[in-house]
Write a protein that binds this ligand. Structure first.
Ligand code: DGJ
Length: 690
């Protein structure tokens, strides 16, 4: 609901439990009066009485860091989300308010520069308590250089302290949660790689330092963009804090010609109470309701052949794996890298998207038919934004890659990035994939992107244009092939964000499939993103990346926390493991609606001996608890694990043992799962309300 008080130039944007209150001051600056618990319009208007008396200027300037649109100019020395350079070199913006457009859920506040013909619109859209914001810049004059255009600047109220939560990582170790006091100055989370990145992810949460998993207020924001980005968390010496996020990175700028418009991606903000658990659940809910294209669907159990075969792909080998996977209960069989062109290793073939004629002399048809006959859907790996210099595509179009004259073309994994901002490359990309999907009965694409940009220069058309073409191609392919589902992958979890999730169905979380490492990666992932999109494979033991040996049940119980998949060399597995795996797949299918569509409670984080996560059906009728003991130290008995959000007066039956538990006891004394005595013990407990 959006309320406007024209007399006081006040807007109140309210969700079910929070409000965002804006006031346009005498200089037309949008001052954030409140972001926090819900206020009535009358309560919101009363905040104006607390403004500093005109003519009184306290030593500590209370205005700096108070506006949700901060442009360079005047006495603004703090972080400015909007920075431009006019053709004559002027960098100051002097914005005047020119009007508003408003519905119940949408608000547009329009401004224009006092002299130069540049218009700036701030867009707000309410989805429950989530506010989505973006900017639109329109230039009617000489070309303007946009140095920075953050989609949103979020102003936090004065708190007793400020703690920043974010994730950091690297290849094979993505989304590891980092929670520490916000330093004074500017903390910049960023990707300069042309892709979201493994190193950081475009979201942040701030609390006053006392919030826990189940209590405390949390302010968070997330950017919906899959290219380079930056998020600046500013803490001023006056204890004002802002979070400001947008596409692009230094020194990339955007040239806005006469009559041109720049629409920034969306940055969403959310105020929640109830700790980090409640903040995460609210973000999960938002994505399930408003971001994911087919959120209501159950994601199938997937098999992927990459760890089993690497580049050694053959029709017989894939069929053997498919038959074994089908016996295990797999529902979607995905052939990874190595099926196309001359791709028998990573130095050739990328760009040539036709079946390797030696490996598949009759095309993919025989394999696809067999997979379908086995009752599974068929998926195919592609990395269509890339090219190997040793490929027909590169030989025909060497100028299609991102490059600069007089600079070497840096190869990474023996490949170069296609410049999707060139219209002919975008057209080729769409035509090629459209044809691939039209000619083959493919149900699923794993869309990979294995290297960041180099030699891209400051040409903003390329940095932004690449992502826009990617989005456009994905949107058009989905429209033309509505049954196809897509997984976003970028050397594991390098492209996970609210932008790509608007047009894909799940993501590949990490190339690291070691179940112990995965506990940390998944914990960080779950802070913002729902289990419904988190691809998680069970692979071989010892793990091919880490060499660690972990029992099959533990590996399964870790992967069941997301979209369960199998990625091991099944033809090498013992019959006992294959049989047990089939039982575990069946267990997962029973709890999968809870995992994929229920509410998630992180009961015990993965840094202790015991970790646990609970999923609760939206009607509260069923719960699934996954418990992992990494090591038993000093022979201690396991403590009970208190569950969350159950009905204290209800009884819950354990579907495996038939044991009946009182809700009140589970909530206080906790669940005592029957774990094997040693290290790497795990359990799945499925409780149904009686
Ligand atoms: C990187 C992905 O993350 C892997 O899962 C696999 O698809 C390889 N690329 C294939 O080249």
């Amino acid at each position: 609901m959006i309320y406007h008080d024209s007399e006081h130039r006040l807007w109140v944007l309210s969700g079910p439990s929070s409000s965002y209150v804006l006031h346009l001051d005498e200089a037309d600056r949008p001052r954030v009066m409140h972001w926090g618990p819900r206020l009535t319009p009358e309560q919101a208007a009363s905040l104006l009485l607390r403004l500093p008396r005109p003519g009184f200027r306290p030593v500590e300037d209370p205005l700096e860091g108070s506006f949700d649109l901060i442009a360079t100019g005047g006495l603004c020395y703090g972080h400015a989300g909007l920075q431009v350079r006019f053709a004559d070199g002027t960098r100051d913006l002097e914005l005047v308010f020119t009007g508003q457009r408003r519905t119940d859920r949408e608000l547009v506040l329009a401004y224009a520069d006092r002299h130069y013909p540049l218009a700036v619109e701030c867009h707000y859209r309410l989805y429950g308590d989530v506010i989505e914001r973006h900017l639109v810049l329109r230039n009617e004059g000489e070309p303007v250089t946009v140095v920075r255009a953050d989609s949103a600047t979020w102003v936090l109220p004065r708190l007793n302290g400020y703690r920043l939560s974010s994730v950091r990582g690297q290849w094979g170790a993505e989304t590891r949660l980092h929670r520490a006091e916000l330093p004074y100055g500017e903390t910049v989370l960023t990707s300069r790689r042309g892709v979201t990145s493994h190193q950081a992810n475009p979201w942040a949460m701030v609390d006053d330092g006392t919030a826990g998993e189940e209590h405390g207020a949390v302010y968070s924001c997330a950017l919906a963009w899959s290219g380079s980005w930056r998020l600046t968390a500013q803490r001023l010496p006056t204890e004002r804090v802002t979070l400001s996020a947008g596409a692009g990175h230094d020194p990339v700028t955007w040239e806005l010609g006469i009559g041109e418009e720049l629409v920034t991606p969306v940055c969403a903000g959310l105020y929640t109470e109830g700790g980090f658990g409640a903040a995460s659940r609210a973000w999960h809910d938002h994505q399930l309701r408003h971001v994911l294209p087919h959120a209501g669907e159950i994601r199938p159990v997937l098999y992927n052949s990459w760890e089993a075969t690497g580049f050694d792909v053959s029709l017989d080998g894939q069929i053997r794996l498919a038959e074994s996977a089908a016996r295990m209960g797999v529902e979607l069989f995905v052939v990874d890298d190595g099926w196309f062109g001359t791709r028998t290793h990573d130095a050739a073939g990328l760009g040539d998207w036709y079946p390797n004629p030696h490996r598949f002399p009759d095309g993919l048809g025989p394999l696809i038919d067999r997979v379908h006959e086995l009752g599974m859907r068929f998926g195919l790996w592609v990395e269509p934004e890339m090219v190997n210099p040793d490929s027909d595509l590169y030989r025909a179009h060497p100028d299609w890659v991102i490059h600069r004259p007089h600079r070497r073309r840096t190869e990474h994994r023996n490949q170069l990035v296609l410049d999707l901002s060139r219209p002919e490359v975008g057209d080729w990309l769409y035509r090629t994939l459209d044809e691939l999907l039209a000619k083959n009965a493919v149900d699923f694409l794993k869309w990979d992107m294995n290297r960041p940009f180099t030699e891209a220069g400051p040409d903003e058309r390329l940095w932004l244009g690449h992502v826009r073409t990617l989005y456009d191609v994905l949107d058009r392919l989905r429209a033309a092939h509505p049954h196809v589902r897509i997984e976003s992958c970028s050397s594991g979890g390098g492209r996970v964000d609210l932008g790509i999730l608007r047009r894909t169905d799940q993501v590949w979380t990490s190339d690291n499939t070691d179940a112990l490492d995965r506990l940390d990666i998944q914990h960080g992932f779950s802070q913002l993103y729902p289990a419904r999109v988190m691809g998680a494979w069970v692979t071989d033991s010892p793990n091919p990346y880490t060499g660690r040996e972990i029992p099959l049940d533990f590996r399964f119980h870790v992967a069941m926390a997301g979209v369960l998949a199998i990625g091991g060399a099944l033809t090498e597995w013992s019959q006992a493991d294959l049989d047990r795996a089939a039982e575990l797949v069946a267990d997962y299918k029973r709890i999968r609606p809870l995992v994929q569509h229920g509410r998630q409670y992180r009961l015990l984080p993965p840094d202790g001996e015991l970790s646990a996560v609970q999923y609760l059906a939206s009607d509260g009728g069923e719960a699934a608890v996954l418990v992992h003991r990494r090591a038993r130290r000093f022979g201690h008995a396991d403590p009970g694990i208190p569950l969350r959000a159950l009905d204290p007066d209800a009884r819950y039956r354990d579907t495996a043992t038939g044991e009946v538990h009182h809700g009140a006891v589970l909530l206080t004394h906790g669940l005592f799962p029957d774990l094997a005595p040693g290290d790497y013990a795990s359990a799945l407990v499925h409780l149904v309300r009686e």
